[in-house]
Design a protein around this ligand. Structure first.
Ligand SMILES: [Zn+2]
Length: 295
């Protein structure tokens, strides 16, 4: 799932490639992705793209006062197309969910007869959860209205206060968007590894020193990932993300810090990865879901 660094990179990419272009039209290939009806998508036609922003893990294209917002969910992606065929896509086939056609920028020297560029929003797999909203204010999107402070903008004092209020496992707290916006399963594993904290530690019980270490690790991990991601083309973002990971999705491989074997344990409906030597004093975390089944 794309998280804060990947969405930040996609916003930067759209600022560079989409801003200044005029919307020709949008195609909806999977009708379930459109979550709003007023204004209609046709309201975009003829308007100029004026900006691109990130709200937590939401990506928003600013189009002359309107906001075309998307949540890519677990298997969604944005693919930029230098050339787009004008014929509409066949609905319900393949991963394509939504397509935006953009005219060449009027200020560029581009050939006015050049084919339109634009982007596709695609979603792999059978679970379709990608969402698109067209709103006059990003806060009209319920998921954006609920967001806690952004992980890249929260200061240490506010971060400490929000952890102190959570009597839940830190892994879950870091990934709850209404508490802290932008972090998902992959970067929470990486941040906890960098901070040498157990994913099952209770947030409210962390010491002042642990909170401060966690904050520093969060900022360093995200800043590093944003730096590596911005400037990458959308197509190479996923491999760039993977290459920077120390523990996430690396079960059975050596920890790059201490050489211990990275372990996996189930958490909520997913699994998380951690290094016992770095994070849990050498102890393996109990897989509660499995032990329940065994009983
Ligand atoms: Zn380690």
């Amino acid at each position: 799932m794309p998280e804060l660094p990947e969405i930040e990179a996609l916003a930067a990419f759209l600022r560079e490639h989409a801003v200044g272009r005029t919307v020709i039209r949008s195609d909806v290939a999977a009708f379930s992705v459109i979550k709003t009806f007023d204004p209609p998508l046709t309201a975009l036609n003829g308007l100029t793209v004026t900006g691109a922003n990130r709200y937590g893990k939401f990506l928003a294209l600013e189009v002359d006062g309107l906001h075309l917002v998307t949540h890519l969910s677990r298997a969604g992606w944005l693919q930029w197309r230098e050339k787009l065929s004008p014929s509409p896509p066949k609905p319900g086939r393949g991963p394509l969910a939504f397509r935006l056609h953009l005219a060449p920028s009027p200020e560029s020297d581009a050939d006015p007869d050049a084919p339109p560029a634009g982007f596709d929003l695609t979603e792999a797999g059978t679970q379709k959860r990608l969402a698109v909203y067209l709103v006059r204010d990003p806060l009209e999107v319920p998921g954006i209205a609920r967001l806690g402070p952004d992980a890249m903008r929260v200061d240490l004092e506010a971060f400490a206060a929000l952890l102190a209020a959570e009597r839940a496992q830190i892994k879950g707290v870091l990934t709850t968007q209404s508490v802290l916006a932008g972090i998902g399963n992959a970067y929470s594993d990486e941040i906890l590894h960098a901070a040498k904290l157990s994913p099952f530690a209770i947030a409210a019980r962390l010491t002042e020193a642990q909170v401060s270490t966690l904050y520093t690790a969060m900022r360093a991990t995200l800043t590093d990932a944003v730096t590596r991601s911005v400037g990458q083309r959308a197509a190479t973002l996923k491999s760039e993300k993977r290459s920077g990971l120390a523990v996430h999705a690396r079960t059975g491989l050596p920890c790059p810090v201490c050489g211990d074997t990275v372990r996996e344990v189930s958490f909520a409906d997913k699994s998380l990865q951690y290094c016992p030597t770095c994070q849990t004093g050498g102890k393996n975390l109990a897989d509660r879901r499995l032990s329940r089944l065994v009983k």
